[in-house]
Design a protein around this ligand. Structure first.
Ligand SMILES: Nc1ncnc2c1ncn2[C@@H]1O[C@H](COP(=O)(O)OP(=O)(O)OP(=O)(O)O)[C@@H](O)[C@H]1O
Ligand SMILES: [Mg+2]
Length: 277
């Protein structure tokens, strides 16, 4: 096994395992090939999920979730612990678990519901999971280079270092020895290094000091100014709502609110009822 193969194989087991271990395929619901649903107001949505139902074995978790996202929007996906936020992101990214049993998922006119995870990834889904998945034994720069081993390629490594100068300064450092905040920056950068159309961030602020959270928030604002469409799941709902244009609240696997982020910030009853804040 040469060095690249070896790294690739390590990558398969680590950061990209989600894209490679799929048995995937659409197992029910409406047949692929149906035109995308339209956003409210009639314009075609950039991203839509429509009536998605997903299961871990017999456990019925994502119970008919539907929403649309316009290109360039940031959507905060919120809800209490166990509401189904991570499961919804995983279903969108077409991971094996939870298994999508019904519904449609469209991104930029492509039917993700009929794809396996690695195909969804090639078609623009960039999932940054909660555990960040930095590849062990590789430097910062090698982590980024690996993300660009196959097309479609997104941001150049130099452009990423402009966005995150701390990563540039630490390009020779082993990725797993970075601080929590720096690891989050690297995880986001790995997604940007590919040509991501929809960035899925699962609790990017988790375990980070407020000052680092602010730094990552500023970067996400900047990524947004470049037009990146993003779903952010966060326990720190207030921070996510300040960043987001829209908010979707899940409760027991169902959407209970879909509207402007500002409406949630202004509505204490809603926050109390579904977010306990
Ligand atoms: N692999 C799994 N097998 C079985 N049930 C699971 C699995 N993963 C999650 N669940 C269940 O699915 C439900 C939703 O979990 P999920 O992780 O999507 O919630 P969440 O909204 O992301 O919560 P948190 O805010 O705690 O991260 C929970 O009841 C959880 O126990
Ligand atoms: Mg979660």
């Amino acid at each position: 096994m040469n060095q690249i193969d070896e790294r690739e194989s390590r990558m398969d087991k680590g950061a990209e395992e989600q894209t490679l271990l799929e048995n995937g395929g659409f197992k029910g619901g409406t047949a692929p090939g149906v035109p995308p649903v339209t956003a409210k107001g009639g314009a075609p949505a950039y991203f839509s999920c429509w009536d998605i139902h997903a299961y871990y074995g017999e456990s019925y978790i994502v119970q008919g979730v539907s929403f649309d996202i316009r290109e360039g929007e940031i959507v905060a996906l919120l809800g209490r612990n166990g509401a189904g936020k991570t499961s919804t992101l995983r279903a969108i990214a077409r991971l094996d678990d939870p298994a999508l049993k019904h519904g449609e998922i469209w991104l930029d006119h492509k039917p993700l519901h009929s794809m396996r995870a690695h195909e969804a990834s090639r078609n623009g889904i960039g999932l940054v999971p909660e555990d960040r998945r930095i590849i062990q034994g590789l430097t910062v720069e090698e982590n980024l280079t690996l993300a660009q081993i196959a097309p479609p390629i997104g941001w150049s490594i130099e452009r990423i270092y402009e966005l995150f100068p701390r990563l540039g300064e630490r390009r020779e450092q082993e990725g797993t020895t970075l601080s929590g905040g720096e690891q989050q920056m690297l995880a986001i950068s790995r997604a940007l290094a590919r040509d991501v159309k929809l960035l899925l961030l699962d609790e990017p602020y988790e375990g980070l000091a407020p000052v680092i959270v602010q730094e990552i928030e500023r970067t996400l604002e900047e990524i947004k100014s470049h037009g990146m469409t993003t779903i952010i799941v966060e326990q720190n709902a207030i921070a996510a709502l300040h960043l987001a244009d829209r908010a979707i609240i899940l409760d027991m696997g169902k959407v209970v609110f879909d509207g402007l982020a500002k409406e949630v910030l202004d509505n204490a009853d809603l926050r109390q009822q579904y977010l306990a804040i």
